[in-house]
Write a protein that binds this ligand. Structure first.
Ligand SMILES: Cc1ncc(COP(=O)(O)O)c(C=O)c1O
Length: 374
């Protein structure tokens, strides 16, 4: 059987990783400024993570959500403490799209409404509701185009208010920092007004922190730069450092009932062991502070490079916009300089490295990028 051909692939076979480096099958070393798409948060094969996952898989890999799972409650407690959302509840699932799917469903159960406000260039995943609130008509199949979503330009608070005033909006969903959309940061004032209008109308504010969360922005959640407290926060990617796990953080204003949400694999023992190790390492090694320091250095150095049109971002979520398509720059970075980077659209290089990126590795990247741009 051949693979269903949906991914444009680089012809590189990565077989090993350590920290911020990966190696291909020929033994070539690469610096990973992409983190496997914002997934590797504490670094590849961190020894504490390897030990925790190995120990758990040889003890108990899985049991269902029909029994007490103390690993889940411990993980929820740690996540609450580190994120500052100790009074919220956690519902664990397996991916980002699933987190958004459950968040939207919960919102609709809560206020009985069905329309969602999303924003231009938003990306929220590829399952039915998640893709319906994603601003990319090409990936919305006819079966998913159910008319639930109104897209509004990012930052247009008056348009949001006008839509909510119609009375049928269940939720507003917004990324902490738009990733696929090109590293676009919502304005602080806009987020505050968004929270206000949602609160005063019983509309659920859902913060998708799947890419921008888990310390990547230099705070645990990117929206914390604006000092807001959304009703629901969705998490995935970095919380598992490669092990599939997601989470919906739910405000106390929501009331659970048996069977309201459910999942077979979500929050299983192995996934919890992986995420627990991630949060412990993040805490012990002060990786969020590191994301701030190294990210600020990268942004400062990148801003000095003439060929670059604009540098946007926070912490270690950085967009480098050029006046020209970046396809060739990115290809040369990979094949000549052995550096993995991400992309948004045609003109933006996206940096999403492990939060453990060292200053020396950041300097190395700047040197090699300059060589490609010379
Ligand atoms: C902001 C955001 N939301 C949701 C998703 C979907 O996550 P997953 O691919 O785990 O379903 C992504 C994935 O890139 C994302 O960046």
């Amino acid at each position: 059987m051949k693979l269903y051909d949906v991914y444009p692939l680089f012809d590189v076979n990565i077989v090993r990783g350590n920290g911020c480096k990966v190696w291909d099958a020929n033994g070539t070393e690469y610096l990973d400024l992409y983190g496997g798409h914002a997934v590797i948060s504490i670094g590849h094969c961190h020894p504490r993570y390897v030990e925790a996952v190995s120990r758990q898989v040889s003890t108990l890999g899985f049991y269902s959500n029909s029994v007490v799972n103390t690993l889940q409650s411990k993980l929820a407690e740690t996540l609450g403490r580190i994120s500052g959302y100790g009074d919220y509840s956690a519902f664990f699932i397996n991916s980002g799209a699933e987190a958004n799917e459950n968040a939207l469903k919960l919102s609709s159960f809560h206020n009985g409404r069905t329309r969602v406000i999303s924003f231009s260039k938003a990306f929220h995943g590829r399952t039915s509701l998640a893709v319906e609130v994603t601003d990319n008509a090409k990936i919305i199949a006819p079966i998913n185009a159910n008319g639930h979503t109104t897209y509004i330009p990012l930052g247009d608070i008056e348009a949001v208010k006008a839509e909510i005033a119609k009375g049928d909006v269940t939720a507003v969903i917004i990324e902490g920092i738009q990733g696929v959309g090109g590293i676009r940061i919502p304005e602080v004032q806009f987020l505050r007004e968004l929270q206000e209008v949602c609160n005063s109308t019983g509309t659920t504010l859902i913060l998708d922190e799947i890419q921008s969360g888990c310390g990547r922005s230099g705070k645990f959640f990117a929206h914390q730069w604006a000092g807001i407290r959304p009703d629901i926060i969705t998490v995935a990617k970095g919380i598992g450092n490669g092990f599939p796990i997601g989470c919906v953080l739910i405000s106390p204003k929501f009331t659970p009932w048996a069977g309201q949400l459910g999942t077979t694999f979500g929050g299983n023992h192995l996934a919890c062991a992986a995420a627990q190790a991630v949060l412990d390492v993040m805490d012990n090694e002060k990786l969020i502070d590191n994301a701030n320091t190294v990210g600020a250095y990268l942004m400062q150095e990148l801003s000095k490079i003439e060929r670059i049109k604009e540098v946007r971002g926070r912490g270690l979520m950085i967009g480098i916009e050029f006046n020209e398509p970046i396809k060739d720059i990115r290809r040369r970075l990979l094949f000549e300089e052995h550096i993995f980077t991400g992309v948004s659209g045609t003109n933006v290089i996206r940096l999403l490295p492990p939060l453990s990126l060292t200053m020396q590795q950041a300097e190395e990247f700047i040197t090699r990028l300059k060589r490609v741009l010379a």
